[in-house]
Design a protein around this ligand. Structure first.
Ligand SMILES: [Ca+2]
Ligand SMILES: [Ca+2]
Length: 243
């Protein structure tokens, strides 16, 4: 496995972790839980220490580069790759080129810290169809501790093939889409009409009595949640969707 271990030092993930911890503490105040939390804190510190290695770098050897190698992967792209990974001693530890896994390539968003740092760096700046070999030092891999079957201080070698690079779809400005009269407020009618159009586009029986009843309830629920000052319209500030 190439996924990082659960606890990471990325702020987003850490915050979630902290949330869970504080929840845990408030819900269950027995001594045993407290002990566990302390142990977790120590682990976090160790990982922070390992993060600091400004000189660490990966080796990259391009194995195949297509003629038309122009559109290259960058942070924020959704990359789809095939890979095979070996440990120092040549042991294969993970691959997507596997019949039992249906030859499913691995997909992740670059720049989000989903995978170990060295892997993320190695996948950068590749075009579709390109193949390369990367060698990742332990500090950009699983560190001094290792992970699962990968022992600590392991140098990892991967062969990669960029299968596809996809742009994540931009988030539509949903507020403007719903606000058909453009007064920067969403009325019940506007919400209702927008949702009805969406339902029709998905082949729902919007003429059906049952559907209409359900639809009314859904719109009412939306207003319960979103119209926080209860003035009968959802303002731009109140709206919780993409805007
Ligand atoms: Ca409006
Ligand atoms: Ca309102």
């Amino acid at each position: 496995m190439k996924m990082k271990r659960k606890r990471r030092t990325k702020p987003m993930i850490k915050d979630q972790h902290e949330d869970q911890k504080s929840k845990k503490k408030s819900e269950e105040q027995d001594d045993h839980e407290e002990e566990d939390d302390e142990e977790e804190d120590e682990e976090d510190e160790h990982e922070d220490e390992e993060e600091v290695d400004p000189n660490a770098k990966i080796d990259v050897h391009d194995l195949f580069t297509p003629k038309d190698c122009v559109n290259k992967s960058k942070s924020g792209d959704l990359v789809v790759i095939h890979y095979t990974g070996w440990m120092d001693d040549g042991t294969l530890f993970d691959t997507t080129i596997d019949a039992t896994k249906g030859y499913m390539p691995f997909e992740f968003m670059l720049g989000t810290g989903t995978v170990i740092k060295g892997f993320e760096r190695g996948v950068l700046d590749m075009c579709r169809g390109q193949k390369r070999e990367i060698v990742i030092p332990p500090s950009l891999g699983y560190g001094k501790r290792g992970a699962g079957e990968i022992p600590g201080n392991s140098t990892l070698t991967y062969e990669l093939e960029m299968f596809d690079i996809r742009k994540p779809p931009p988030q539509a400005d949903m507020f403007s889409l719903i606000d058909s009269n453009g007064d920067k407020k969403l009325s019940k009618k506007e919400i209702s009409e927008y949702m009805k159009a969406q339902a029709e586009a998905h082949g729902m029986p919007t003429y059906d009595k049952k559907w209409r009843k359900h639809h009314k309830t859904v719109v009412a629920n939306i207003f319960d949640h979103e119209d926080t000052d209860e003035d009968g319209a959802i303002s731009h500030d109140e709206f919780s969707g993409p805007r």
